[in-house]
Write a protein that binds this ligand. Structure first.
Ligand code: FES
Length: 281
């Protein structure tokens, strides 16, 4: 069952007429041709070559960074991930498929960024599944979140002390992290695979767009010092942690550290990488 294949339901979707040409066969070129390649590559109509921006992998066996989750802060101060706008693409065959993809700054942001480590099976990566996109607390990783309720929406005020916060690992004042889930709300009788997300608020984040070649993208993907990523190690899918216990032994006390096999990620130097996204269920 391919959930891509159903007729347009909402006014939010755009429609892109499919084009066929050498660019689509090469998997590069215009956004439309890239989608067409993804939609027509068999098996796995919903996966394929994908370029993304993630937090940089700096050490250990992980092959690449973890993808950013672009975010915004709503008018009431709650943190909300941005899900790409679903759009319908017509294939050469006349079949219409829906993909979650939008231009963000100088990049194409796609739901395929998150299709690895089993997350491709999550309901939340389906292009049009109804979710409110708020980042919701997943206590248990950082002590300061112990008072939070599971699923509580993260709020700017929860991070008030981000300029001084520390947990005894590495330097204090580099940023305050939280563990969250995104697009993982279940219905009454649904068992939903969660999308684990880590978010950090830091004084470093507002400096990143100017330091990066992806200035417009980072301006759109970060806000008020917050940056977030899908927290699934690209090595064997563990859940890394900013300022984790035990990370100092590996020089990672001020970084994001994976306890499983000592991969290290720098949350403050986003970089572009490519991988082959796994097809969704
Ligand atoms: S380093 Fe192996 S799963 Fe993270």
């Amino acid at each position: 069952m391919d959930d891509d294949k159903y007729p347009p339901e909402t006014g939010r979707r755009r429609f892109v007429k499919g084009v066929v040409g050498s660019a689509s066969l090469a998997g590069v070129g215009t956004a439309a041709s890239t989608a067409l390649t993804a939609a027509t590559s068999k098996p796995g109509t919903t996966g394929g070559p994908t370029t993304y921006v993630g937090i940089r992998n700096t050490d250990g066996p992980a092959p690449r960074g973890m993808p950013l989750v672009p975010l915004t802060v709503d008018d009431d101060g709650y943190l909300k991930g941005i899900w790409p706008e679903p759009q319908d693409v017509e294939l050469q065959s006349g079949e219409t498929v829906t993909v979650a993809r939008e231009e963000m700054g100088e990049l194409t942001y796609s739901g395929r960024w998150f299709q690895y480590c089993g997350v491709q099976q999550a309901k939340g990566v389906q292009p049009t599944v109804e979710q409110d996109n708020y980042l919701r607390a997943a206590p248990g990783t950082f002590d300061w979140q112990d008072e939070m309720e599971l699923g509580q929406k993260l709020h700017v005020d929860d991070f008030d002390d981000y300029e001084t916060w520390g947990n005894g690992v590495g330097e204090a004042g580099l940023g305050k992290p939280a563990q969250a889930t995104w697009r993982s709300q279940s219905g009454e009788d649904e068992d939903v695979t969660p999308l684990p997300v880590q978010v950090v608020r830091s004084t470093r984040v507002p400096e990143l767009p100017a330091e990066s070649q992806y200035t417009e993208f980072l301006n759109a993907a970060t806000e008020r010092g917050f940056i977030a990523w899908l927290d699934k190690c690209t090595h064997f899918c563990c859940v890394p942690e900013f300022k984790a216990e035990g990370s100092a032994k590996f020089g990672a006390q001020n970084q994001v550290y994976c306890q499983c096999h000592q991969s290290v990620y720098d949350p403050f130097s986003p970089t572009k990488r490519s991988f082959t996204a796994l097809p969704r269920d």
